[in-house]
Design a protein around this ligand. Sequence first.
Ligand SMILES: Cc1cc2nc3c(=O)[nH]c(=O)nc-3n(C[C@H](O)[C@H](O)[C@H](O)COP(=O)(O)OP(=O)(O)OC[C@H]3O[C@@H](n4cnc5c(N)ncnc54)[C@H](O)[C@@H]3O)c2cc1C
Length: 444
Amino acid sequence: MRTAIVLFTRDLRVHDNPALAAACASAETVVPFFVLDPQLQKLSPNRARFLHQSLADLRESLRARGGDLIVREGEPVAETMRLAREVQAEGVALTQDVSTYARRREERLNDECERHRISLRLFPGTTVVPPGGVRPGGGDGHYKVFSPYYRAWESAKWRDEVATPERIALPADLAAAPLPPLPDGESPAALNGGETEGLRRLKAWPRHIHTYDDLHDDMAADATSRLSAYLRFGCLSPLAVANRARDLDGAGPAAFLRQLGWRDFYYQVTQAFPKISTQPYRASGDTGWRYDQDALQHWKDGLTGVPIVDAGMRQMQAEGWMHNRARLITAAFLTKHLGLDWRDGVKWFFRWLVDGDVANNSGNWQWVAGTGNDTRPYRRFNPIRQAERFDPDGVYVRRYVPELASVAGKAVHQPWRLPDTVRSGLDYPAPLESHRDEAVWLRP
Ligand SMILES: Cc1cc2nc3c(=O)[nH]c(=O)nc-3n(C[C@H](O)[C@H](O)[C@H](O)COP(=O)(O)OP(=O)(O)OC[C@H]3O[C@@H](n4cnc5c(N)ncnc54)[C@H](O)[C@@H]3O)c2cc1C
C-alpha cells in the first residue's frame, strides 16, 4: 500500500500500538492523524487539557521517528475523508472502542471508506483482552458477573505486544500545523498527560505494587498506581501494564491485575449494553429516585456535612481524580443515602475525572446504585464505618476538608458528636438529612 492514515483516538502512544505498527509495516508512507471534535472537548475541561498534553507528547515521539502528527478540528469522519483525498490514502487504521460515540464513528468511517474504496482496518489496543474476546460458554453473550469473567480473562491467550515502529515515513509535502493552544483545566492539581509521563509512572510503579494488596484501600496512603488517566487516553497500553504486573509474583501484583480485569469487564459490558450511561443495566433496581436539587448541589460542592463524603468530592475537584474507596463512598451516599438518581452522579464525575470514561464511570456507578453488575445490589456503605476503617486517623479527611483541620484523630469523621463548644467554632455544615430510614449513623 502506498499511503495509510492512522486515525488516533484513545490510543495516544507509539509503544504497543497495533494500528500504528501495522500501518508502518504495510504502507510506504503513513499519516498519523487526530481529529479534535469540539463536541467532546466541551464535556470536561480537565480531560481536554490532558488530551492536548498527550497529543503534544505523541507528536514529539512521532517526530523523533521521522513522522509527525496532523491534528485538525471538526467531525472525525469528515476530516479523515478530507485528509484521505489530500494524501490519496489507500487505507485507514483505527483502534476499536466500545462507546456509542466510538461505534457510530467506526460505522460511518466504514461506510465512507467503502464508498471511496479505501480499506479500513480495525485493531485491538483499548483493553487487555478485546471486548468479546472471552464469552460465557463459548456463546455470543457477555459476562454479567465479574468472577467468572476474570477467570476466563486470566486464562485467555493474550495477544503479543507489538514493537514500536523505528521509522515513520510521512508523504512528501505534508506539513503539520501547530497544535491548538493548551486549554485550561479546572483542577489545579491534575496529572499531566502524555505517553512519556505515563511510561515514567509505569516504570516507577513496581516499587509500590507489592504493597498494593494491603494499601490500595488506605485512603490517606494514596498508594494506588494513578495510571487510570493514562489508560483512559491510551498513553499506556493496558496490555503492557498488565504484562508488567503478571511478570511479578505476590499478592500485590495479583490484586492490581484483578483491577485491570475490572476495567476490561466493564468494556465488554458496555459493548453489549451501550446505553450504560443512561439506562439501567438491571431495570428492577432503578426505581424511587428523588430529584432534590439542593441535596445534589451540597453533594457536588462537598458540603454534605459528612466529612468522608465531602473529602472525596473535594479531592475530585482539586485533582481531577478521586481515590477508589472515596468514589465508592460518595456514590453510595448519593444513591443509597440521599436516594438521588445515579445518572446525576455519572454526569458530575464525568465532568471532573481526568480518567472519566463511559464504561468505567457508568459501570461502576450502576454497580454502586444497585442497577448494575453487582451480585449484591442491595449492598449499603455506611460512610462512618467506611471512614473509620479506611481513614482510621482522619488524615484523608483533614487533607481535603481544611475546616476540620483542628479536629484530631478519628473524631473528625463525626463532627456532630463533638461538644457544642467545639462544634460551634467549626465552619462546617450539619449533615444533610438522609432520605432513608437507616440514617441512624447520623444520630449522636
Ligand atoms: C463511582 C465510580 C466511578 C468510577 N469512574 C471511573 C472512571 O470514569 N474511569 C476509570 O478509569 N475508573 C473509574 N472508577 C474505578 C476506579 O475508581 C479508578 O479506576 C481508580 O480509582 C483509578 O486510580 P488508579 O489508577 O490509582 O487505580 P489502581 O488502584 O492503581 O488500579 C489500576 C487500574 O485498574 C483499573 N481499575 C481499578 N479499579 C477499577 C474499577 N473499580 N473499575 C474499573 N477499572 C478499575 C483502572 O484502570 C486503574 O488505573 C470508578 C469507580 C467508582 C466507584
